[in-house]
Design a protein around this ligand. Structure first.
Ligand code: NAD
Length: 383
């Protein structure tokens, strides 16, 4: 059985945060959830201004680090309940967006986050109105029904239709401050979503269309956004592609690259986009034998002329094109620095490989990996 659902109203374009008025009315009490850097550089202030003009009151919670852990959820929930918010607006990347969607649900329901994350509890009531304003273009969390929170040393995605945002505002003006390296790695995160959804076992025509189109847009506009962060057209296109790729992966699943990325972020705190970017060429190459024809279509979407190439050759060209794109954007090829920083423990490679193979996301990968296969990739990435 296949299913596809997008209840989130998605609006894009320069200045589109003004459209908060579609979802928020005079007198609303808004919890504005963000991170401290976005407050520091004045991006949060722009959203506060729009809320003020609508006649809503807002208070900020900005204590959300990248790769958030479960403790942050508790603090943020207490804040939302203390101020009596009836609306949650999130401004930021996947880290604040994931905390915000969880807290919007918890604030209207009984139980702790642990009950929902680990004990399969389902909410009895609808969440508070939740609006997402992404400021990175990578995770697609603004349109996904998933929240990724680290707990018990596991990067665990928890999903349900109750997590869908009511609205997602993709405003490229709020993305111009994203530095080139974060633009590149979060953009490749989106590329990874599209590629893993497209080659995954659970692919289907709705998500195939989104994934292939997202790959094409990213191939064209991500290098432009990296080269010139003020290019609003490129920023908007990358943001749209990230949302499309997010939808594709949320509804069709991920695979080997995200399964390897989990332990890297949980144990070494590697930024999500970077860990996916470094693993992507390895994951694609590993899957060629299982889905050469799907990777050949990806080559086409990337702009490769595949005339006269076998599927296998075209698939290899897709891997090389992605590697060239990452080279152009100076994305590191390995995570050796993290390995050294966290103790260069030889046992980690085996442990990470075992954990990756057990991850739920791996079940969607087109090729069933052995622990030793994944250990070989970690050897190459970490040493
Ligand atoms: P992030 O939210 O962790 O932010 C990374 C950094 O970018 C932060 O330091 C932040 O301050 C900075 N930043 C954000 N926007 C900026 C801007 N406009 N200008 C300058 N700096 C800016 O990064 P992310 O990659 O968007 O999110 C990663 C998280 O999302 C991970 O926890 C990952 O597991 C999760 N994720 C969730 C989903 C989902 O469907 N829910 C999907 C993929 C990933």
């Amino acid at each position: 059985m296949k299913r596809f659902l997008l209840p989130t109203e998605v609006i894009s374009g320069p200045g589109c945060i003004q459209e908060l008025k579609r979802f928020i009315k005079e007198g609303d009490k808004v919890a504005l959830i963000t991170d401290s850097f976005l407050v520091k550089i004045g991006v949060a202030e722009k959203v506060e201004e729009v809320l003020k003009n609508i006649g809503a009151t807002s208070q900020i919670f900005d204590d959300i680090p990248p790769n958030p852990h479960a403790e942050v959820v508790g603090k943020c929930r207490a804040f939302v309940e203390d101020i009596g918010a009836n609306v949650v607006v999130c401004l930021g990347g996947g880290s604040p967006m994931d905390v915000a969607k969880v807290v919007a649900m918890l604030a209207n329901n009984e139980g702790t986050w642990e009950d929902y994350q680990w004990n399969m509890k389902q909410p009895a009531n609808p969440p508070l109105t939740y609006i997402a304003i992404p400021t990175t273009s990578g995770t697609g969390s603004e349109v996904t029904k998933t929240a990724v929170i680290i707990d018990r040393n596991t990067k665990k995605g928890t999903g349900g239709d109750f997590f869908f945002a009511k609205g997602a505002l993709l405003d490229p003006e709020l993305m111009v401050s994203l530095p080139p390296m974060l633009t590149a790695t979060t953009g490749i995160d989106a590329m990874t979503h599209a590629i893993e959804a497209y080659v995954g076992k659970n692919n289907q025509p709705f998500t195939d269309a989104l994934a292939l189109e997202a790959i094409g847009i990213l191939a064209k506009y991500l290098p432009r956004a990296f080269s010139n962060g003020d290019d609003l057209l490129a920023r908007e296109q990358v943001a749209i592609a990230a949302a499309m790729a997010g939808l594709a992966m949320d509804q069709s699943g991920l695979g080997i690259v995200h399964s390897m990325s989990g332990p890297l972020s949980s144990y070494y705190d590697v930024p999500h986009g970077l860990s996916n970017a470094v693993g992507l060429p390895y994951g694609m190459a590993y899957n060629i034998i299982a889905v050469p024809e799907r990777l050949a279509r990806i080559a086409e979407a990337l702009g490769v002329d595949i005339t006269g190439l076998s599927d296998r050759e075209a698939a290899q060209a897709a891997v090389e094109t992605v590697m060239d794109m990452m080279d152009d954007m100076q994305i590191p090829k390995d995570l050796n620095d993290y390995f050294m920083k966290y103790g260069a423990d030889e046992g980690d490679i085996e442990k990470f490989a075992e954990e990756s193979c057990k991850m739920f996301l791996m079940r969607n990968n087109p090729r069933n990996p052995q622990v030793k296969d994944i250990a070989e990739i970690f050897e190459a990435i970490l040493k």
